[in-house]
Design a protein around this ligand. Sequence first.
Ligand SMILES: [Fe+2]
Ligand SMILES: [Fe+2]
Length: 261
Amino acid sequence: MTTLATLISSPYQRWHDHFQENRDRAGFLPWHDSYRLNARELRLVAPSIQQFQLGEWARGRGFVRRAASHPVLATDSCFVPALQLFIAEEQEHSGILGRFLDREGIPRLTNHWLDEIFRRLRKLAGLEACATVLVTAEVLAIPFYQALRDATGSPLLRAICVRILCDEAAHLNYQALTIGLVRRPLSENARAIRLLCHATLFRSTAVLLWQQHREVFRAAGWNFRRFWNDAGRTFAVLQFRIRQVALGGASSDSFDDLRLD
Ligand SMILES: [Fe+2]
Ligand SMILES: [Fe+2]
C-alpha cells in the first residue's frame, strides 16, 4: 500500500532551510531611530501591540507534541525540526514587539481574554486543529500589520511590521502544507465539513479582531468592508493552497504577491 510518507519526499526540508536561513539573516531593524510615538499614536496603537505581543508568544509544546506523534508526518525527519524553527520565529516576533513596547515605556500584557480563547482552542484536538486555529490568526495578522504599518509615523514600527508581514506570508504556505497533508487521506465530504468549520472560525475571529483593533485600521484608512474583503481573499487563497496539497499538488508560493511594501 502506498502511504503518504512515500508520496512526499521531505517537503519540510525546504521549510527547515527557509526558517534556518531566515533566522541567520534576521534582519536589521532601526532600533537607533530617534522617533518616539506621540500621545495620539500611543493611545491608538499601544493596546493592539500589547495584544499581538502576547498572541505571538507560544512555547509550542503542545504543537510539537502533536506533531511528533502524527503517524505520517512525523516520519519525515525534517517535520519536527522545521516546526521548532517556525515556533522560534513566532517567539522572535513576540520578542521584537516586546522590545518595542519596552522602548516606548508601554507595559507588556500577561494575559488577555482573546489570547486565552485561542490558546484553549489550540489545545482542543490534534495537529490539524492546532494548525488550523493558528493559521486563522495568521491570516488576520496580515491586514492588521499592514494597517499598523500605515497608521504610524515610526520608522522602527513600520520596519517591524514589514519584517513580520514577510514572515507571516511565508507561514501561510507552511501551514497550508501541513493542513493539506493531514487532510490528504480524507473524503471530499470530510474536507468540506472542515472547510465549513474553518470558515466559521475565521469569520467570527475576523469580527472580533475588527472590534478589538478598529481604531488602528481606521487610522490607516481602512473601513470594515476593505478589512473583510482583504482578509476573505487571503483566506480563500489559503483554502485553495490547502486543497491543492490535499489533492496531491506540488507546493508553490501563492502568497508571495501580498502587498508588503
Ligand atoms: Fe508571527
Ligand atoms: Fe506566523
